[in-house]
Design a protein around this ligand. Structure first.
Ligand code: ATP
Length: 773
């Protein structure tokens, strides 16, 4: 007999989509669940949470619960997974999967979105593969009738990669990996200070049994001296090499040694490389006071970073879209990210490629193992190697190919500026170039060019920049002033100090400055040198790139501020915070922060603010509080970009809300101001700074041997490095200036993130925003 609680066939009923988290927990999983639930409801479907991973699917009953809009309120900022996760042995067996299929049909669910690691996604794919035969078995065993089963003949599976290890091939990042990296970097930064004080060595073990991403990225972000991973094991004799390097570094003045070891680190004979082993080399053979720190589970925990919240939200929303667009023939997708682009990839292929990495390692084919990870991973290794190894003869260029590279910071400080500079300096020294600091921006060199030897132009030594990886602000000084203040003197200084190429770090001012130098080439030969901009600004408004270093640090500072505001309302519960964000004429920061905190509304300069908009948002607020009935334990947030309106300041908007609240809810305004520049740069900004800087230096080297006119004739000789969609590339300034720049608004003409605004509004339930006429 078939059970009586099986729903009628689906016709005329709402589609039911299940969501679960599985495998090890990862920060950001809750954001994915929230996005799936709300997107599903928004698309007229019903959402069901499956508690405790596959365990819940096998147990059924109350473990599979319908989720309403309000049920996921506050999820975004919570670490771990609120719907639970488990490792489920029963699901590994066919009987368990058959019971799971039955439970899904009983609940009327024919689409499953799974957020987990490669194990969970393998299980999911297997489930979909077996689905038709599992249904037949259920009929044969008379557990369900054919009529009950028929409406559920096709199972849709969509994978979301939730894992701190960043171990799935085909995606640059997994949900949780950047938060975990932040925990690791916080720990290493703390250990760093004590290491310097006592001239100690620290060997730090980080997670990653099969994948070295966390170890490598932590090494890059903190400027660690050595990194041990499973994919790129050290060559035989590494112990001696390590001691040689340490000795050299200490001779150059370095007071500390940091080694990062992935849990799964091995040597080329596949023998485990342990922290104890590394410690023995440094302590016994090297005579260094050496300590081991094992970070353990702190790496999994805590509040998700801005990036993980954003990634989880966008991927959760995309997963629902994928379910709705799927046909019975569509292969199961996994939602990935490539550089800055959310993409769908074949779940089967991604899992297969991931498993191939393990096979390649087993076969000692380490080159292949590296290739099978994402492109960023292999590049990161190269950048790490070249910016860490001091004085390796094989990296040095012959005398005649060496340059004097001017390094200058322009505009407001942004997290990662120093990391980019440190990487550029280390790169220069490894290759034999001379890095020259042009202190305090263009006004610095214009005003003080004659103050030698402590003037504004100085060669940078390796040891000077060595500690800059994790430092905020600008160590060589930055200034908003432009070369047009005195082009003549700028050219004079360039000539006097024989600046043969220029590495510029900064935001829209840097962009403007470089544009001026390019145009002035006609009159000043000194500017006929290769010039590259590494975009660095919290506003993320540099044309030619979708990502500027510093913007991630800013987003993290903002969400910290907003989370604190919201939490402060936990007693009254009925408070709205109207927070002003920076960003100049670009609404990027406001919008992406809005996505990461689940803002009720975001006001940007692109759309402006009008009375109708405010009216509607205030009605919406009233509605939200009415429905909330005191369930949520925090306040609501509205984000307003500093230039969104000349009329409606955050104070005015807060007053309007308070008045409309009529005592039912109240309002406060907040201006975090320069707090948004953050203190310590985020790991993402640091890692990307190193990547951009290395690429930029390689780009400058392409012009070695060319004369002034050849350089002048090549549009690529003045360019901006950046990420566009799924690619990292260089764009020629001339073209970017003419075709991609909205000069009077100081922002790119095409702003990729505008498409995200709809997702922010949809997920907060905001009625369609009205643009300013
Ligand atoms: P993490 O990256 O944190 O290890 P994961 O998803 O890889 O996460 P696993 O423990 O490998 O974690 O898998 C989680 C669950 O997925 C397992 O307990 C099991 O229920 C299911 N699962 C894994 N592999 C399979 C498989 N081959 N067939 C069926 N189910 C599987």
């Amino acid at each position: 007999m078939a059970p009586t609680n099986v729903p009628a066939p689906l016709e005329g009923k709402k589609r039911r989509i299940g969501v679960m988290t599985s495998g090890g927990d990862a920060p950001g999983m809750n954001g994915a669940v929230r996005a799936v639930v709300r997107m599903a409801i928004h698309n007229n479907c019903e959402a069901f949470a499956i508690y405790e991973g596959y365990d819940g699917l096998v147990k059924g009953g109350d473990m599979i619960k319908e989720m309403h809009w309000e049920d996921v309120r506050g999820f975004l900022s919570e670490g771990g997974t609120l719907i639970g996760t488990a490792r489920c042995m029963e699901f590994m067996q066919r009987d368990g999967r058959r019971t799971a299929a039955k439970n899904m049909i009983i609940k009327g669910i024919d689409a499953l979105i799974i957020c987990g690691g490669d194990g969970s996604l393998t299980g999911a794919d297997r489930f979909r593969d077996e689905w038709p035969s599992l249904l037949e078995e259920l009929i044969e065993r008379k557990e369900l009738t054919k009529e009950q089963v028929d409406p559920f003949r096709h199972l849709n599976i969509v994978g979301l990669v939730g894992s701190i290890d960043n171990d799935l091939s085909m995606t640059d990042a997994t949900i949780g990996c950047y938060t975990s990296l932040a925990r690791i970097c916080e720990a290493i930064d703390s250990v760093d200070t004590t290491a310097v004080s006592h001239q100690r060595a620290f060997v730090i073990e980080v997670m990653g049994r099969h994948c070295g991403w966390l170890a490598l990225s932590a090494g890059v972000a903190t400027g660690a001296d050595f990194v041990f991973t499973p994919e790129n094991p050290p060559h035989p004799g590494w112990e001696k090499e390590m001691l040689k390097q340490v000795k050299k570094q200490r001779e150059m003045g370095k007071r500390k040694t940091i080694v990062v070891v992935a849990e799964g680190a091995i040597d080329r004979d596949l023998k485990k490389v342990t922290c104890e082993q590394v410690k023995d080399v440094l302590a016994k053979d090297g005579g260094l006071d050496t300590r081991i720190t094992t970070l353990g589970h702190v790496q999994r925990g805590g509040t998700p970073s801005a990036y993980d919240r954003m990634l989880a939200t966008l991927q959760g929303a995309e997963a629902v879209k994928a379910v709705l667009e799927a046909t019975p023939e569509t292969p199961s997708p996994v939602i990935c990210i490539q550089e800055n682009k959310i993409v769908r990839r074949s779940l089967l292929e991604a899992v297969a490629q991931t498993k191939e990495v393990a096979v390649a390692i087993e076969n000692k084919d380490f080159e292949r193992a590296m290739q099978l990870r994402d492109t960023e991973f292999a590049e990161q290794y190269k950048s790490y190697h070249i910016t860490t190894a001091a004085n390796l003869p094989e990296l040095l260029l012959p005398e005649e190919k060496r340059m004097r590279v001017g390094i200058i910071h322009v505009g407001a400080p942004a997290g990662g500026m120093n990391a980019a500079t440190r990487a550029a300096v280390a790169y220069c020294i490894a290759r034999g170039h001379t890095p020259v600091a042009l202190h305090n921006g263009f006004p610095g060199i214009i005003r003080h060019h004659s103050d030698e030897p402590v003037g504004a132009v100085r060669d940078i030594k390796w040891i000077d920049a060595e500690t800059w990886a994790s430092k905020g602000g600008s160590e060589i000084g930055t200034n908003r002033g432009l070369p047009s203040e005195d082009l003549e003197t700028c050219a004079f200084v360039f000539k006097k100090y024989n600046i043969q190429s220029l590495f510029v770090v900064g935001g829209f001012e840097a962009f403007t400055a470089v544009s001026e130098l390019r145009k002035a080439r006609e009159h000043y030969k000194a500017f006929k040198i290769p010039i590259v901009i590494v975009p660095a600004t919290i506003s993320n408004n540099v044309p030619g790139t979708e990502y500027s270093i510093g913007s991630d640090t800013c987003l993290n500072a903002l969400i910290q501020y907003a989370d604190a505001c919201r939490q402060s309302a936990s007693a009254s519960r009925r408070r709205v915070f109207v927070i002003e964000t920076q960003g100049g004429e670009s609404g990027y920061i406001a919008t992406v922060a809005g996505l990461s905190i689940g803002a009720l509304a975001v006001y940007t300069p692109e759309d402006g603010i009008n009375l109708k908009m405010l009216d509607r948002d205030i009605d919406h607020l009233a509605d939200v509080f009415r429905k909330d009935k005191g369930i949520s334990r925090s306040g609501k947030v509205i984000l307003v970009n500093e230039k969104a309106s000349k009329t409606y300041s955050v104070q005015t908007i807060a007053q309007m809300i308070a008045e409309a609240g009529k005592g039912k809810f109240e309002s406060r305004h907040g201006v975090p101001g320069h707090f948004q520049q953050g203190t310590t740069p985020s790991p993402m900004d640091r890692v990307r700074a190193v990547r951009f800087a290395t690429k930029a230096m390689q780009h400058l080297e392409e012009f070695i041997g060319q004369n002034m006119d050849e350089i002048d004739d090549d549009p690529m000789s003045v360019s901006v490095v950046g990420i566009k969609g799924s690619k990292l590339l260089f764009s020629p300034m001339e073209q970017v200036e003419k075709k991609e720049t909205e000069w009077h608004r100081r922002r790119p003409k095409h702003e990729f993130w505008m498409a995200l605004k709809e997702t922010v509004d949809t997920l907060s339930g905001r009625p369609q925003a009205t643009k300013n006429p």
